[in-house]
Design a protein around this ligand. Structure first.
Ligand code: SF4
Length: 60
């Protein structure tokens, strides 16, 4: 069983991610990688968490 610890520095409500502590809306990783899919990002929606991994059994 995965031992997940809340990283108080990374709030996240993406419950479909296996790194998310769904009950508390925090990430459990020590560090994440954030990127963009745009040439010229201007709003938060232009950015992505590249550490996202889909939770098994989710979204099928
Ligand atoms: S890896 Fe990214 S998407 Fe997944 S819980 Fe952490 S911050 Fe959220």
């Amino acid at each position: 069983m995965e031992d997940q610890k809340k990283n108080k520095s990374i709030k996240c409500d993406v419950s479909q991610c296996r790194h998310n502590l769904v009950s508390e809306n925090y990430c459990s990783l020590d560090c994440i990688s954030v990127g963009t899919h745009e040439d010229n990002p201007t709003v938060p929606e232009c950015t992505d968490c590249n550490s996202f991994v889909v939770r098994s059994g989710c979204c099928e």
